[in-house]
Design a binder for this molecule. Structure first.
Ligand SMILES: C[S@@+](CC[C@H](N)C(=O)[O-])C[C@H]1O[C@@H](n2cnc3c(N)ncnc32)[C@H](O)[C@@H]1O
Length: 450
C-alpha cells in the first residue's frame, strides 16, 4: 500500500506540505528541522521520514500535544455521538466512525485525512484469485473481512442512517455500498496506522497497535499524525514513540546518519502478518516467520478424533492443548506438541497414572516421530507448489507485486516445515520404531531436542 499512489508528484508534495504546515500551525506539533517527509513511492513505501542531517541518539524528532492526537475525545463527533459510541465498547468501531466523520470537507483534520491512504495491499483488499496464491498459509484464516463487514452492517450502518445531520457530508453517505467501502478503508487505516496509547505519567515507549479489539484498562486507540508517517523495517528500527502526560515524543534510539530513513518498530511480525496488516514485506522480517500446525491435525495423526476426550480435556486443563502451534526458524518442535502426542498415544493405564499424579509426560521426540513426520508432510501438502517451484518463480523478474509477496510468504513457511522435517529425521535417525509402530513411551531414550 502506498498513500495516494496515483497522484502526480507535484500534487503528492502539495498534500505533504499542506499536512506539514497544518501540523505546526494548527496542531502545535514541534518538528526537528533536521527531518523531512519524503515521497518514497518509487521504492513502494508511500511517504516516509528522512534525516536531512546527522541525528544523535535520544534526539527529539517531533513532539505532539495529546490534544493533536485523533481519538473520539478529540473529535467533534464526541459532542454529537460520544455517549452512544462509548456504549459500543469497541474502540475500533468508534474510531472507524470518527475517521468517517472527519472525511467531511470542513473537518479541522482535513489536511491529515487527505494524506491517509485510499489504496491498500493488505490482505483485506486482495481478490479471491490473489488470495489463492497463499493457499496453505494459516494467514488466510485471520483476514476476517466477512466478520468485519457483519459488524459494520449491523452496528455502524444503523448509526449512520439515523444521523444524516452528522454523516451526510462524509464519504460514507449515499449508499450502503459507499458506507461499507468507507468502513473498510477506515478499518484498514486503523490496522496499519493507529497506536495504542497508554495513559501513564512516566516516560515510556508506546507499543504500536495490536489486533486486540478490547480496550485494555488505561489504553486508548488513537491516530497520531506524523508518528504514523514512519515506515518500519524490522532490524532497521532507529526511533520510538515515548509519552509524557502532555506530549507524545518521537525520539531516536541510536545515532542516525544524514539521508537515512527513520524507522519505527511494528514488532517482530512474521511476513504473513506483516502482509495481512501492513500490505508489504521485506526480507528483514524473515527471521520472524512462522508456520502454523493445527491441533486438529496432530490429534488426527494420533487417531484420537474420538474416544480420547478425557485426555484432550486433561491436556486443556494442563494448558498444553491449544488450537494450533507455531513452528519457527529455530526448527524446534514445540514441546506442547510432543506432550499432546505422547499423551494421546499412551495406554489407558499410563494415562490414569499421569492424571492421578497431576503430571504430563516429559516431551520426547522419538516415541512420536513417525506420526509427527506424517503431520509435517501433510502440512507441506497443504501448499499447492513445492519449494523448488516457488524458488524458480521468484527468479522470474516479471513476478511482481502481490504475486511475488504471496510466493515469498508461502515459500518461507514451507522452508520452515522442510527444515523441521529434516531436523526431526536427523535427531531421531535409527531410533524410530520400525514398521510405523511407536515404541512405548517409557521404553524410549530421550533425545535432546535442540
Ligand atoms: C504507518 S504507515 C507509514 C506511512 C506510509 N508509508 C504512508 O505513506 O502513509 C504504514 C504503511 O506504510 C507502508 N510501509 C511501512 N514500512 C514500509 C517498508 N519498510 N516498506 C514498504 N512499505 C512500508 C505500508 O504500506 C504500511 O501499511
Amino acid at each position: 500500500m502506498a498513500a495516494s499512489n496515483h497522484l502526480p508528484p507535484a500534487e503528492f508534495d502539495h498534500q505533504t506540505n499542506n499536512f506539514a504546515s497544518w501540523l505546526q500551525s494548527s496542531q502545535r506539533v514541534s518538528v526537528n528541522p533536521n527531518i523531512t517527509i519524503r515521497d518514497l513511492r518509487s521504492a513502494g513505501a508511500g511517504r516516509g521520514i528522512i534525516a536531512t542531517a546527522p541525528l544523535a541518539k535520544d534526539e527529539l524528532l517531533f513532539s505532539i500535544p495529546r490534544s493533536s492526537v485523533l481519538t473520539l475525545e478529540t473529535s467533534d463527533l464526541n459532542a454529537l455521538l460520544g455517549k452512544e459510541l462509548r456504549k459500543l465498547e469497541s474502540p475500533w468501531l468508534s474510531l472507524i466512525l470518527v475517521l468517517i466523520y472527519e472525511t467531511r470537507p470542513d473537518s479541522p483534520w482535513k489536511p491529515y485525512m487527505d494524506i491517509l491512504p485510499r489504496e491498500f495491499d493488505t490482505l483485506m483488499y486482495w481478490t479471491p484469485e490473489e488470495l489463492s496464491l497463499l493457499r496453505g498459509s494459516a494467514v488466510l484464516n485471520k483476514i476476517g473481512r466477512d466478520e468485519a463487514e457483519e459488524q459494520f452492517a449491523t452496528v455502524l450502518w444503523p448509526i449512520i442512517q439515523s444521523r444524516p445531520d452528522v454523516f451526510q457530508a462524509t464519504e460514507a453517505w449515499g449508499s450502503k455500498e459507499a458506507f461499507l467501502q468507507a468502513a473498510h478503508r477506515m478499518g484498514s487505516i486503523i490496522m496499519s496506522y493507529s497506536f495504542d496509547l497508554d495513559i501513564v505519567s512516566e516516560q515510556s515507549p508506546i507499543p504500536t497497535d495490536e489486533d486486540d479489539e478490547e480496550e485494555e484498562e488505561g489504553v486508548c486507540k488513537a491516530m497520531v499524525p506524523l508518528a504514523d508517517m514512519l515506515n518500519a523495517d524490522a532490524d532497521q528500527n532507529n526511533c520510538r514513540l515515548f509519552q509524557t502526560p502532555q506530549f507524545l515524543e518521537m525520539r531516536t534510539i541510536i545515532p542516525v546518519p544524514v539521508g537515512a530513513e527513520l524507522f519505527n518498530d511494528y514488532g517482530p511480525l512474521p511476513r504473513s502478518d506483516l502482509l495481512r496488516r501492513y500490505g508489504y514485506i521485506t526480507p528483514n522480517y524473515t527471521p520472524y516467520d512462522v508456520v502454523e500446525v493445527s491441533a486438529e491435525a496432530i490429534i488426527s495423526a494420533c487417531d484420537a478424533e474420538s474416544g480420547k476426550q478425557d485426555r484432550l480435556d486433561y491436556l486443556l486443563e494442563e494448558d498444553v492443548l491449544d488450537d494450533a502451534y507455531d513452528f519457527d526458524l529455530s526448527l524446534e518442535v514445540p514441546e506442547e506438541i510432543l506432550v499432546v502426542m505422547q499423551t494421546l498415544l499412551m495406554t489407558d493405564d499410563e494415562f490414569a497414572d499421569y492424571k492421578r499424579k497431576g503430571k504430563v509426560p516429559r516431551p520426547k521426540l522419538v516415541p512420536v516421530t513417525d506420526r509427527l513426520l506424517r503431520v509435517l508432510q501433510n502440512r507441506l501438502g497443504d501448499y499447492e507448489t513445492s519449494i523448488e517451484e516457488d524458488e524458480a518463480l521468484l527468479k522470474n523478474s516479471e513476478v511482481m507485486g502481490r504475486r511475488r509477496m504471496a510466493i515469498e510468504v508461502r515459500l518461507g513457511e514451507k522452508k520452515i516445515l522442510k527444515g523441521v522435517l529434516d531436523e526431526v529425521v536427523r535427531q531421531t535417525d535409527g531410533k524410530r520404531g520400525m514398521g510405523g509402530g511407536e515404541p512405548k513411551v517409557e521404553d524410549v531414550k530421550r533425545p535432546k531436542l535442540s
